[in-house]
Ligand binder design. Structure first.
Ligand code: PLP
Length: 487
């Protein structure tokens, strides 16, 4: 493809993307394809001779689009929506279009590092993070990662390295990473990758699935007696299943008393809501600012930036670089040697890194803090509408207090008497009906043995009418499920 062919194909691609967004509302949310459908449709090897690009694009529309889940659809309420914006799409286009493998060292593409350091400070400021987390502090700082899982892994590497430096005689097999039973799978994965013991601390329905200080204290005492060495807790502000917020205000004193214990706050989904001052207390921002060694949120979830854009801040950047700085001769540079610049390769696991700061910059500038806040508030408002419908309903019951734009409920008709096992079976059947629908998407979860359904509002295009429509679908499928149950 030459430059002029690229120009034509590029304009066409943008036209297709615009048409996609115009028609999105009328499309099915969920695909209906069978496993292996692409393998059956494609030849078993790449073509010997190159094909016309128009033909490749035709096949994209014929084969790929029908197999896509439409995450930007206004009736997508599954997982956590990943709001994307045209600004972010263009940011990726510019970043990929110019094609560097940038930013691992400042000198490898100075604009990439310079911009990342600044927009990470803008984002920190917007969320209310303490100035110690800002790059401008020269002590702490922020770095973009691919995912919250990578952010946690990087934080765990830094925490382990700090602990080992402080306690050189502790054998590796005695180290323990604390999570809770509600922590995202990223906790277990960090343990798996790093060969660490992971202890998932218990949380209860009475505490709305949040970790309490007494539980952490008891675990520390038990582990001390057993000769184990907990070195880190991954706490969550806004768990995946129910939006639970671990009680950092109760945990804080423990972190003060045990300074070798690293606190990582995974606020992958809820963290961006701290852009709105009214949600900061709920997200325990003051406690994050006082006690967290590291904190992460995903702008690629509820933050208007197309995947990937996970923001990780650390209180002391030295903990990252002490753990991750490996500098062979070919990676040395004048400014790096002098320590006058950030070399982001020492703040993450890989070497090469995408220019993700560009799309975050585009979004923050184009929306402004006010526009960003308006979007967050709008999604919470839509979720509130959903919650009020569930509360008034004869079919459904909220299982936990709603958190921001996430609510968790289940089919539980009050006029009928079901035991817990039957209710779980009923809700599994209900979810099977729901997931067969193409016009809405929800996910189910299990909260300490209670099977329930999650509704996460996040798409910018979700309107009140979409919430009403989704609720009607729920009622229709609930009736069907109950009818089938009675037969
Ligand atoms: N943490 C929480 C609380 C999440 O809800 C999720 C995903 O939904 C993650 C972490 C994982 O995010 P990522 O896909 O960026 O690793």
């Amino acid at each position: 493809m030459d430059i002029e062919q690229f120009r034509r194909a590029g304009y066409q691609a943008i036209d297709h993307i615009c048409d996609y967004y115009y028609s999105l509302r009328n499309m099915a949310v969920a695909p209906q394809v069978e496993p292996g459908y692409i393998r059956r449709a494609l030849p078993s090897a790449a073509p010997h001779t190159g094909e016309a690009f128009e033909k490749i694009v035709q096949d994209y529309h014929k084969l790929i689009v029908p197999g896509l889940m439409h995450w930007q659809h206004p009736r997508f309420f599954a997982y956590f929506p990943t709001a994307s914006t045209f600004e972010a799409i263009l940011g990726d286009l510019y970043a990929n279009g110019i094609g560097p493998n940038p930013g691992f060292n400042w000198s490898a593409s100075p604009a990439c590092t310079e911009l990342e350091a600044v927009v990470m400070d803008w984002a920190a400021e917007m969320l209310g993070l303490d100035s110690t987390f800002h790059n401008a502090s020269g002590i702490g700082g922020g770095v973009l990662q691919t995912s919250a899982s990578d952010s946690s892994l990087v934080a765990t590497v830094a925490a382990r390295s700090r602990f080992i430096r402080q306690h050189p005689n502790v054998p590796a097999e005695k180290l323990v990473l604390y999570t809770t039973t509600q922590t995202h799978s990223l906790g277990k994965k960090a343990g798996l990758v790093l060969g660490l013991n992971v202890r998932a601390l218990a949380v209860t329905a009475e505490d709305s699935y949040a970790l309490r200080g007494a539980t952490l204290k008891r675990a520390l005492e038990e582990d001390a007696k057993a000769g184990m060495h907990p070195f880190m807790l991954i706490a969550t502000v806004g768990t995946t299943s129910s939006g639970a917020i671990d009680r950092l205000e109760e945990l804080g004193d423990i972190f003060v008393a045990v300074p070798s214990l690293w606190l990582h706050v995974d606020a992958a989904w809820a963290g961006v809501s701290m852009a709105c001052p009214e949600y900061r207390d709920l997200c325990l921002l003051d406690d994050i600012n006082k006690y967290a060694d590291s904190v992460c949120t995903n702008f690629h979830k509820w933050g208007l930036v197309t995947f990937d854009c996970s923001t990780l801040w650390v209180r002391e950047r030295k903990n990252l670089t002490d753990a991750l700085d490996i500098t062979p001769e070919f990676l040395r540079s004048t400014h790096g040697d002098a320590g006058t610049v950030i070399d982001y390769r020492n703040w993450h696991l890989g070497l090469g890194r995408r220019f993700r700061a560009l799309k975050l910059w585009f979004v923050l500038r184009s929306y402004g803090v006010r526009g960003f806040q308006r979007y967050i508030r709008q999604t919470v408002q839509r979720s509130d509408t959903f919650v009020s419908l569930i509360k008034q309903s004869a079919h459904f019951r909220l299982i936990t207090p709603p958190c921001l734009s996430l609510s968790v409920f289940r089919l539980e008709p009050p006029a009928r008497s079901f035991d817990q096992g039957q209710l779980n079976a009923l809700n599994r059947a209900f979810y099977a009906c729901l997931s067969a629908r193409q016009d809405v998407a929800f996910t189910q979860t299990d909260l300490n043995g209670t099977i329930c359904i999650r509704c996460a509002v996040g798409a910018e295009r979700t309107e009140e009418a979409d919430i009403l429509q989704a609720y009607e679908v729920l009622c229709e499928e609930a009736n069907k499920t109950l009818d089938a149950w009675d037969k």
